[in-house]
Design a protein around this ligand. Structure first.
Ligand code: SAH
Length: 350
């Protein structure tokens, strides 16, 4: 078994270097470099024999750029990364006026089975290591020459189904001696793994939590999101209220509009009532982020018109719920979740 040194915090690296008979201060020398994605051979502050030893013993878990697509429309960069075991994942670098956001994957594939989503079609292959989560940020920044100022965990996989590695990653990426991205600049999105939401409230890192709600009734939600059969809407919203009360951090709700499934005026009114009554008396600001579904060949779900999403937003706003419509970036580079990985898997099969 190789040692995953890229997943180590400085104090763990100290132990590791001591175990190699090296002084502790090697950790201080090396951590900032590993954290920003330097290769072992680039650690020139170490002697050649020590680097050779690390190449033998340490896991090279840095993602490698397998493909890179740059949008001609808005400069969005879509990365297909290959991992040390040959698996592929995706990250997307999006450029906004307020800075660059990187959308990262949390697992290879996904176990959750949402019916509209391309990432879950082949199931879950494995969890990503903390180093592979961090490596997406480090390698994307290094490759593009851009600073990553925000991270959204909205790529392939369910972050709360990989809880411990995700929390370790958050501590790594936030470390002052490394990439040092503030928790308030990090969002984590979940399909509704309720025990994970309670655990995240306990860990109490001031990140932003997003909930993929996508329906206002259990009947509708269970039909598109199997996770709802395990933890229903009422259990989910109870966990959200608990999270808000414990952390004081507002929660953002994601709602993907699917034509003819969940996008009518009465769906909007039901959604507004659901959220306002769940959070009544807490003082929590309510925010819904609307996304028109990205069409995925295998799922058959259809994207509605821009008018339908605006009408949905207006119906929420009229009932006191702030609604934003997600701008679509990188439409010419297949930037929607999981689509590039599927394409590459299909090509591998051919
Ligand atoms: N597993 C996590 C994070 C990954 S998905 C979660 O479910 O939240 C990130 C977001 O993209 C989720 O809100 C998800 O429901 C949404 N999504 C997935 N497939 C989509 C599609 N085809 N069109 C629009 N949104 C999609």
């Amino acid at each position: 078994m190789k040692t995953d040194i890229y997943s180590m915090l400085p104090e763990e690296l100290e132990e590791y270097f001591l175990s190699l008979g090296e002084p502790k201060f090697r950790a201080k020398q090396v951590f900032p470099r590993l954290n920003i994605g330097s290769l072992i051979e680039e650690l020139t502050m170490l002697s050649k024999p020590l680097r050779a030893r690390l190449r033998e013993e340490a896991l090279d878990s840095l993602p490698r750029v397998e493909r890179k697509l740059v949008s001609k429309i808005d400069g969005t960069v879509k990365y297909l990364f290959r991992l040390h075991d040959g698996s592929c994942i995706e990250s997307v670098l999006m450029k906004y006026k307020h800075g660059n956001s990187l959308c990262i994957s949390s697992q290879v594939g996904c176990y959750m089975g949402c019916r509209f989503c391309a990432s879950t079609i082949g199931g879950k292959v494995r969890d990503l290591l903390p180093s592979e989560l961090l490596g997406q940020v480090a390698v994307a920044a290094r490759d593009s020459g851009e600073r990553v100022s925000n991270i959204v965990m909205m790529g392939i996989g369910e972050p709360l189904d990989n809880f411990d590695n995700v929390v370790k990653f958050l501590k790594l990426v936030n470390h002052p001696d490394g990439i040092n991205i503030g928790y308030r600049h990090i969002s984590l999105s979940t399909c509704g793994v309720v025990p994970g939401i309670y655990k995240l409230a306990e860990v109490d890192l001031p990140i932003t939590l997003s909930i993929s709600l996508h329906a206002a009734t259990d009947e509708q939600r269970s039909a598109i999101m199997p996770v709802n059969k395990k933890w229903n809407i009422s259990e989910l919203l109870t966990a959200c209220v608990d999270y808000y009360k414990k952390t004081g951090r507002r929660i953002s709700f994601e709602y993907t509009l699917i034509s003819g499934k969940n996008d009518t005026q009465s769906d909007a009114s039901e959604l507004a009532t659901l959220l306002t009554s769940a959070f009544r008396g807490t003082g929590a600001p309510l925010h819904v982020n609307l996304i028109r579904v990205n069409e995925v060949e295998e799922t058959g779900f259809k994207r509605g018109s821009a008018e339908s999403v605006n009408a949905f937003a207006a119906a929420l706003e009229a009932r006191g719920v702030v609604a934003t419509v997600r701008r679509r970036l990188g439409s010419d580079v297949n930037a929607a979740c999981g689509q590039l990985r599927r394409q590459s898997m299909n090509n591998d099969l051919k």
